[in-house]
Design a protein around this ligand. Structure first.
Ligand SMILES: Nc1ncnc2c1ncn2[C@@H]1O[C@H](COP(=O)(O)OP(=O)(O)OP(=O)(O)O)[C@@H](O)[C@H]1O
Ligand SMILES: [Mg+2]
Length: 283
């Protein structure tokens, strides 16, 4: 049975996409079967996996609206050994189009019901809001991974997210729970970050992942090459942290790590065309 996790935080720019893309590649490197679903009209996760969001034959928008099956919208990431259902600006309209539809919050879950068995992990990159798109992710998921910056206002935003998750749990999805809070873009030299990190530990206990993702420029550079950081530079400290995080997740789930260790496949790297800056006029 697939572990289905939303990577969610309604705050913008807190590392959701970086976490989803790198975790997908890191899990693939330890022989897990992974599907990444991009639920954000920005399509950053799609591009970060080396898939051109401007040239998607079918996207998650088509899946949500029933224009195609999940299998039709799935494609292999050219960057690493996992599958992707991509997103682009088409998805921005879905938030409104879904409102009048039957089963509007369960459309993703229903569409993916038949393919779940093919994967060990399904990771959903959510947009920075708690609207219908995120709700579709939360209704399908078994858990939420919350990437968080260890800064003053972060804790405040967390309360809203926790309340939303509680509401979804009570009314729509009894399986949903917070899997853990992931401290990201962490800088050990900043005292405030250490203090917030400590507070998080005191408040949320073992809901805070052991692994900490450091601030690391290689992770920020990787998307412009259409690659997850863990593939772009597996030896960078940010990449190593994501590889550790993948192991932490697998072990937490009672899974086994491969005997021959982590294998970051660079095989397909040559297909991943550097994407460069996306012009404002394109989707
Ligand atoms: N550990 C890190 N070290 C350095 N830069 C990082 C790290 N994690 C993320 N970034 C950078 O921070 C920015 C925001 O990250 P990201 O896009 O993953 O956030 P997000 O939560 O998905 O944003 P949005 O809410 O817009 O979807 C990006 O430029 C990314 O490259
Ligand atoms: Mg994002």
């Amino acid at each position: 049975m697939a572990q289905i996790y939303c990577v969610a935080n309604q705050k913008g720019g807190v590392g959701k996409t970086t976490t989803t893309v790198n975790l997908a590649a890191a899990l693939a490197a330890i022989e897990q079967r992974v599907l990444l679903i991009d639920l954000d009209p920005q399509g950053n996760a799609t591009m970060g996996c080396g898939v051109d969001k401007r040239a998607l034959p079918h996207s998650v928008y088509d899946v949500l609206l029933g224009n195609c099956t999940a299998v039709q919208a799935m494609q292999s990431s050219p960057a690493a050994s996992f599958q992707v259902i991509g997103a682009n600006r088409d998805l921005a309209g879905a938030e409104i189009e879904l409102v009048s539809m039957e089963q509007r919050e369960n459309r993703l879950r229903n569409a993916l019901a038949d393919v779940q068995e093919q994967f060990d992990f399904i990771l959903i990159d959510c947009p920075p809001s708690l609207g219908l798109l995120t709700l579709n992710g939360l209704c399908m998921a078994k858990g939420v991974i919350v990437p968080m910056l260890c800064e003053y206002y972060a804790l405040e935003g967390l309360t809203d997210l926790v309340n939303s998750i509680k509401q979804v749990h009570a009314n729509l999805n009894r399986d949903l729970k917070i899997i853990g809070i992931l401290r990201v873009m962490f800088d050990t030299r900043v005292t405030l970050q250490q203090q917030v990190s400590e507070e998080l530990k005191q408040h949320f206990g073992d809901k805070v992942f052991e692994t900490i993702i450091p601030r690391n420029v290689r992770l920020a550079e990787a998307p412009s090459h259409g690659l997850p950081g863990v593939v772009y530079d597996p030896s960078a400290k940010g990449s190593k942290a994501f590889l550790e995080f993948a192991e932490e997740l697998v072990v937490r789930n009672g899974g086994k790590l491969p005997k021959n260790g982590t294998k970051v496949t660079k095989a397909a790297t040559s297909h991943a065309v550097p994407i460069g800056l996306v012009k404002p006029s394109s989707s």
